[in-house]
Design a binder for this molecule. Structure first.
Ligand code: AMP
Ligand code: GLY
Length: 422
């Protein structure tokens, strides 16, 4: 099988690394890829948002399967264009990707499917927002309705700050809307569910660290680290999420004539009143993918191909290593408010030589023979080991060998979970 992966982050690097371990995969390409990915796959230039260009590339390269990493191409309809060109594609249609593309749409689907989630008001004016804030009370949760690369959500006790964020989102005009939500308290879990539009196959749950600083302080980011498995979570969690969230959502999308095939990312809060959906995404999560795929033993291409071709029901149960995995993100100086690019990364080979460690590239570029920073989240350093403590030690050992002036990382990824014995 020849597989083309669209995207250029550490999530795509993790997907390509897993596909590279799969003996059924005879050739791998990434578009556009990055310098780390280039060691594993041919990197092809394309505008990932241009469906016709991606479809033409898939045909000319001879892809048997296209895997779309990020959300923006999905929401732009790139999966539809690839399928119309006759190539199997892992990733939902433009219509189905609205589950991530519009938070208001996701809320409608959840209501219709009876999926537990936060109470929400969809608002089109600042006055409506003020009313909703007062109805729900503090802490306030205000979300941009559309795609915002992890920066659309503000959670605050400060009513004025909540209003300011809402006003900024609404100021875009057009059909801009914001969602004001009930605050959900409790640990968060990410569960990736692979689906062909009917059958749902869950992957292993993971936890992501969204805030920039240790102790969950600082601003929200795209994600500063992740780990899997979750020794503190109930054994029944995955089955419960499939039964109460993923299957009803997939069934509702099919009932509406817009089946969701691809990866349904269920972001959950485990509250005192039970599980609640915080968000849906229409693609693999970053950095959770880096730890989940590090543990998957089943060849990945067969799973993604089955989802893309409506044959997930025939797939044997997934196999997992008993190992744990921890990913720590190295972010650029100034991230997320004012990312500074251009800094030189040193020690990457040293880090990758640590047994059990993998260095996955995200915001990197090549300049005069050096690897330099080109984006906010620069690398994901992944450690694996027999338990979370060992996996953490490996990830942080490898990270310590990498030097970037002003580079930022959290030092507490998976620290609390490593203290819990399942
Ligand atoms: P989202 O983009 O919807 O995932 O939101 C980003 C982050 O904001 C989530 O991972 C949560 O940490 C936080 N968040 C979102 N919605 C809520 C909520 N209703 N209550 C508490 N925190 C939330
Ligand atoms: N880890 C959060 C996300 O991928 O949206």
């Amino acid at each position: 099988m020849k597989v083309l992966v669209l995207g250029s982050g550490a999530r795509e690097h993790a997907l390509l690394s897993a596909l590279a371990r799969d003996r059924e995969v005879e050739a791998l390409a990434a578009a556009p890829g990055n310098p780390g990915i280039a060691a594993q796959a041919e990197c092809l230039a394309v505008d990932p948002l241009d469906g016709d260009a991606v479809a033409a590339l898939a045909v000319s390269w001879g892809a048997d399967l296209v895997v779309i990493g990020p959300e923006a191409p999905l929401v732009a309809g790139v999966a539809d264009a690839v399928r119309e060109a006759g190539v199997a594609c892992f990733g939902p249609s433009r219509a189905a990707a609205q589950l991530e593309g519009s938070k208001a749409f996701a809320k409608q689907i959840m209501a219709a499917a009876g999926v537990p989630t936060a109470l929400a008001h969809v608002c089109r004016t600042v006055d409506e927002v003020a009313e909703a804030l007062d109805a729900l009370g503090a802490p306030y949760v205000v979300k941009d309705d559309g795609l915002a690369a992890g920066k659309g959500v503000v959670v605050t006790d400060d009513r004025a700050a909540a209003l300011t964020h809402a006003a900024a989102c609404l100021a875009r005009g057009g059909d801009a809307q914001v969602v004001v939500e009930e605050f959900l308290d409790g640990p968060e879990v990410s569960l990736f569910c692979i689906t062909d539009g009917a059958v749902v196959v869950p992957l292993a749950p993971a936890q992501d660290f969204k805030r920039l600083l240790d102790g969950d302080a600082g601003p929200n980011t795209g994600g500063m680290g992740a780990y899997s498995p979750l020794p503190w979570a109930p054994m029944s969690l995955t089955d419960e999420v499939v039964a109460r969230v993923a299957q009803p959502t997939v069934d509702e999308m099919a009932r509406r004539g817009t089946p969701f095939a691809g990866l349904l990312y269920v972001g959950l809060a485990l509250t005192a009143r039970g599980l609640r959906v915080v968000e849906f995404n229409a693609r693999f999560g970053d950095p959770e993918t880096q730890v989940v795929l590090a543990r998957l033993q089943t060849p990945l291409a067969s799973v993604l191909h089955a989802a893309a071709t409506g044959t997930l029901g025939d797939l044997a149960p997934l196999r997992w290593t008993p190992d744990a995995a921890v990913a720590v993100v190295l972010a650029a100086p100034g991230y997320p408010a004012s990312t500074q690019t251009g800094g030189v990364l040193r020690g990457l080979d040293d880090a990758a030589a640590v047994p059990g460690a993998t260095v996955l590239h995200a915001g990197t570029a090549e300049r005069d023979g050096d690897v330099v920073v080109s984006g906010g989240r620069v690398l994901s350093v992944v450690g694996t080991g027999p338990d979370l403590s060992a996996a953490r030690a490996t990830a942080y050992d490898a990270l310590a060998r990498i030097h970037l002036d002003g580079g930022q990382h959290r030092s507490d990824i998976a620290a609390a979970a490593a203290e819990v014995h399942a």
